[in-house]
Design a protein around this ligand. Structure first.
Ligand code: CTP
Ligand code: MG
Length: 242
């Protein structure tokens, strides 16, 4: 059977409601199951806006966003959420136990699935360190855990749902470089059949991606692998040097 989770943007333009100028212009790319697509670019370039169009937090002004050939505007919300897991740039945890937070997208998940996701997300040790384990309370907004722990719990939550497509919006930024590398290695092994889209600010996070899009001022200015972009993209070189 063909793998599911092919994402295609076709000449997408987007404006925020009430704004004059488009935030994204002529965005076209394809992300394939089994591959990692990365998006990099300076702050305000439009990365978060771009990834928010797939789960339909906003809809395009013109062009199409397709999931396995079907425009997402023709799919209902429950179908999209069952197939696409987005880890937002500001991960949200709600007051309740770790278990409640992890089961959010898949209430029927087994404990084994939760632990497996925590292990991949490099959050197992953190959950095990207190005897309350999965029953540990998280305060509203996750204020009693660190930013990096919030990110990892949020990644674990996405893994529990086993979607066709993962969107990670700057999800590794609060992690130290070693944890970031370990997490992505484990992630790669667990998401072999899925489409993975990673937004990052740090080049080390995306250097091994199959394709990298360089976004600047709402446009894709360059694309290629890390090695190709080092040769061809002044914008990418600037990011590498920063
Ligand atoms: N923007 C807006 N209304 C929003 C969100 C964003 O007008 N509700 C604007 C921002 O001011 C910015 C542009 O849209 O000019 C792109 O924002 P965003 O997609 O959030 O940029 P990122 O590339 O994600 O920036 P960062 O790296 O800081 O997360
Ligand atoms: Mg952003």
């Amino acid at each position: 059977a063909e793998k599911k989770g092919r994402v295609e943007f076709r000449d997408v333009t987007f404006k925020y409601p009430g704004a004059e100028a488009p935030v994204l212009s002529n965005i076209s790319f394809t992300a394939e199951p089994g591959k990692t697509l990365a998006i990099i670019g300076s702050t305000g370039a439009g990365k978060t806006t771009l990834v928010s169009l797939l789960p339909r937090l906003y809809d395009v002004a013109s062009g199409d966003v397709l999931l396995d050939g079907v425009p997402v505007t023709k799919m209902d919300a429950s179908e999209i959420t069952s197939r696409v897991s987005a880890v937002p740039q500001k991960p949200y945890l709600f007051s309740g136990t770790i278990e409640h937070n992890l089961r959010f997208g898949k209430p029927e998940a087994t404990d084994e699935e939760l632990w497996d996701a925590l292990e991949t997300a490099q959050a197992k040790g953190f959950v095990e360190e207190k005897s309350s384990g999965l029953n540990r309370r998280i305060a509203q907004g996750g204020t009693n855990v660190s930013g990096g722990q919030r990110q990892r719990l949020s990644i674990a939550r996405a893994l529990v749902t086993k979607p066709n497509v993962y969107l990670f919006d700057d999800s590794f930024s609060a992690l130290d470089v070693a944890t970031d590398a370990r997490l992505r290695k484990a992630l790669k092994a667990k998401t072999r059949d899925a489409t993975v889209i990673i937004v990052a600010q740090r080049v080390s996070t995306i250097a091994d991606a199959d394709e990298i899009l360089v976004l600047d001022n709402g446009r894709i200015v360059d694309r290629g692998t890390h090695d190709e972009l080092l040769e061809t993209s002044p914008t990418y070189q600037e990011i590498v040097e920063s």
